[in-house]
Ligand binder design. Structure first.
Ligand code: AMP
Ligand code: MG
Length: 467
């Protein structure tokens, strides 16, 4: 099997990356291979080839690995140089459904590694595999995991851990931070080159538009607003919405300390390093707007020859984000609530549910809306919900039960299940991982015990960036 790679990024954007070679994994062992995805990509490779190619043990023929440059605002502070410090882009695969990047993550040091070791442990790589597959199964745009291969190497985090490489597939790895890298250096030629590349790759219809860069900004705003509204619908908390972790394609990218919220609380934060709650559940739409403003800043010189006018144009688009987000969120909520058509009272109905369901399990509350007996035990105080339900029933009408169960998952990757699967995998037992993976790949199929919230003894869940 050979992969027919193309290398448009390397070809079209000289000066935006550095050559780098993945480390050779000493004893690659395939832990997970995404067969539905290899099939979709037209890759008919063997397990042995997958173990070699997706660990860096042996590069697939035609791969031409590079590390991409990018910058980023991390927790609000600007780092002018980040870049792929532990990832290698092998190339792009052309398929009937488009062009996809194939990237290795955890594959060794690159010129962008700074003090890091360029490696990853199997826990975090399997975590990205699980959560990104869950997102995909939920219909939310995301990069996808192709394989996780244990390298046979031990790496140091707080303790010694088995190392692994994740192979992932993405519509592209262009980030808000890609634009920032060049804008911060005053390299306007490369900002334009990256914008032209992004337009050609993701929004080709815009190339002929009268104002392609403004339309491009609009298109990215639309894609990311839609994405975050979908995150909010399933209770997903990304955890590190730094500008280098926001993809221009509108896919969810860079799964680190992310997790799904269980009991609904707007201030929910899982990441151990997010002390201020910058990336808390309810802050995600606001941070989205902030990140998009950082993208807009890089595009200002392309919007109009007159700088004042350019800023005015950009600000006009940015000021529309809150309203656009609200409309997308309401669309998500209408779907979750099984509401057909638009009614002026849908917004207060959805808002009042948010107040009524505080503390109750996010996923199961929606799933059980039509079954009051099953709903009640999710609440410590059912009174607000009891008042809300008749309003909803009156609006939802006939067929609501079916619409609700089609729109609301039964199974999400529950934190305690994810932890149990990753701990077992780190200790050499992949069975819980594969069992959980098959449950989350069919999220609308009820499957005990994967539907149940964490037992009370599980305590407050904390996730780590040491990924
Ligand atoms: P992340 O938090 O994974 O989005 O990464 C933020 C930045 O840190 C990126 O530039 C990564 O390439 C870099 N980075 C993260 N972990 C490592 C590591 N183990 N070695 C080198 N660079 C890393
Ligand atoms: Mg990142």
């Amino acid at each position: 099997m050979t992969i027919a790679f193309d290398h448009s990024y390397a070809r079209d954007l000289p000066g935006t990356y550095l050559r780098a070679t993945p480390d050779v994994a000493p004893a690659p062992r395939l832990l997970a291979l995404n067969r539905p995805l290899t099939d979709a990509l037209g890759l008919t490779l063997t397990d042995a080839e997958a173990a070699d190619w997706f660990s860096g043990a042996r590069l697939p023929p035609g791969a031409d690995p590079i590390a991409q440059a990018y910058a980023g605002h991390q927790f609000g502070g600007f780092s002018p140089q980040l870049g792929d410090g532990r990832a290698h882009l092998l190339g792009e695969i052309l398929t009937p459904s488009g062009r996809f990047d194939l990237q290795l993550k955890g594959s060794g040091r690159t010129p962008f590694s700074r003090g890091g070791d360029g490696k990853a442990a199997i826990g975090p790589m399997l975590r990205e595999y699980l959560i990104s597959e869950a997102m995909h199964a939920l219909g939310i745009p995301t990069t996808r995991a192709l394989a996780v291969v244990a390298t046979g190497e031990e790496i140091w985090r707080e303790t010694k851990l088995p190392g692994a490489v994740l192979a992932r597939v993405a519509a592209s790895h262009l980030r808000v931070g890609t634009f920032q890298f060049f804008a911060a250096r005053g390299d306007q030629a490369n900002v334009k080159a990256v914008a032209d590349y992004a337009i050609a790759r993701h929004y080709p219809d815009l190339a002929q538009a009268d104002a392609p860069y403004l339309d491009f900004l609009d298109a990215v705003i639309a894609a990311q607003v839609r994405l975050v509204a979908q995150w909010m619908g399933v209770g997903f908390i990304h955890g590190v919405m730094n500008t280098d972790n926001m993809a221009i394609s509108g896919e969810t990218i860079d799964y680190g300390p992310c997790a799904f919220m269980e009991g609904y609380a707007p201030g929910t934060v899982f990441s151990s390093i997010d002390h201020q709650g910058r990336y808390a559940y309810a802050n995600q739409p606001l941070i989205l707007g902030w990140n998009l403003a950082r993208l807009a800043e890089t595009l200002v010189p392309l919007l109009d020859a007159n700088p004042e006018k350019a800023v005015e144009i950009a600000n006009d688009r940015l000021s529309g984000i809150a309203g656009r987000y609200r409309a997308e969120w309401l669309a998500v909520m209408r779907r979750k609530l099984g509401l057909v058509g638009d009614d002026k009272d849908d917004a207060p109905l959805a808002d009042d549910l948010m107040t009524a369901m505080e503390g109750a399990d996010w996923t199961l509350t929606f799933r059980r809306l039509t079954d009051e007996a099953a709903l009640r035990p999710l609440f410590s105080d059912f009174s607000k919900m009891e008042a809300w339900l008749p309003r909803w029933r009156a609006r939802a009408g006939e067929g609501a039960a079916q619409r609700v169960s089609q729109a609301n998952p039964a199974v999400i990757p529950r934190n305690h299940q994810v932890e149990a699967a990753l701990t077992a995998a780190t200790n050499g037992d992949m069975a819980p991982f594969h069992a959980l993976l098959s449950a989350i790949q069919k999220p609308f199929t009820e499957a005990e015990p994967y539907m149940l919230p964490a037992p009370t003894g599980f305590g407050q869940y904390v996730t780590f960036c040491g990924t």
